[in-house]
Design a protein around this ligand. Structure first.
Ligand code: PGA
Length: 266
């Protein structure tokens, strides 16, 4: 169970903006985050920072990051399982790769619930992301009802197993454990709960993709993460970062989450 939990993995703090900030606001926001972290002397190699703006912001963010050589990664919040064709409203992994996206979020609970995305579709999207050299941030998590019926790990583990169906090689993936009941609710999981599920998810990766991939894969916790609770999650051996929604839209709060190593007594 404690699969290589001691292997060093670079922590990742990822901001999922959801449907917030247009491209002009995105430029101002990314500039402020980058400068406030630089001013604080943040070591971007020690704790990686990524933002996930809406599609319409990506070109602006790419241009800014590249022109100012900002040490920030960025990605999209979803992608199509297809490369091109008659799929009105969809965005392909090929387009995202052209925009120098490093990551793409796949299977967020809002996609699963509001857009009826199935485990099969999530798996196809993971395959599409890897095909275009994008690192998928695969989201899994149980609802309050699942929690009551099946306990904490069963649903997220099942979702991850399904999402990895088409992954064959030593793929570069990130997994985000986000209990649905904790998202946007202000009621985060406890660090112990997050650790328990993260350990199960790592064991699942070991089972499907082998120990080496499991040891290097970053597993994030998401759901009401804020500056006041991030350090307690990051102390857990199998939690390698956070996927942050609401709190990623406030420059000071987000920068403070990124700087969790500096928090005292948290
Ligand atoms: P939250 O959202 O931080 O606002 O709870 C997390 C997410 O949905 O990724």
């Amino acid at each position: 169970m404690a699969v290589a939990a001691s292997v060093r993995r670079t922590p990742l703090i990822a901001g999922n903006w959801k449907m917030n900030l247009d491209h002009l606001q995105a430029i101002a926001f990314v500039q402020k985050v980058a400068w406030s972290l630089k001013d604080a002397g943040h070591d971007f190699a020690a704790v990686e920072v990524a933002v996930f703006p809406p599609y319409t912001d990506l070109r602006s963010v790419q241009t800014l990051v590249s022109a100012d050589k900002l040490p920030l990664a960025f990605g999209a919040q979803d992608l199509s399982a297809h490369d091109s064709g008659a799929y009105t409203g969809e965005i392909s992994g090929a387009f995202l790769a052209q925009l120098e996206c490093r990551y793409v979020i796949i299977g967020h609970s809002e996609r699963r619930n509001l857009h009826a995305e199935t485990d099969e579709q999530v798996a196809q999207k993971v395959t599409a992301a890897l095909k275009h050299s994008l690192t998928p941030v695969i989201c899994v998590g149980e609802t309050a009802e699942d929690l009551e019926k099946h306990g904490q790990s069963a649903v997220p583990v099942g979702q991850l197993r399904a999402a990895l169906a088409g992954v064959t090689s030593a793929a570069d993936i990130v997994v985000a454990y986000e209990p649905v009941w904790a998202i946007g609710s202000g009621q985060a999981a406890t660090p112990e709960q997050a650790e328990q599920v993260a350990a199960q998810l790592r064991a699942t990766i070991a089972d499907v993709l082998g120990e080496d991939v499991a040891a290097k894969t970053r597993i994030l916790y998401g759901g009401s993460v804020k500056a006041a609770n991030i350090a307690s999650f990051m102390r857990e051996p199998n939690v390698d970062g956070a996927l942050v929604g609401g709190a990623s839209l406030d420059v000071t709060e987000f920068a403070s989450i990124v700087r969790y190593q500096k928090h005292v007594g948290a």
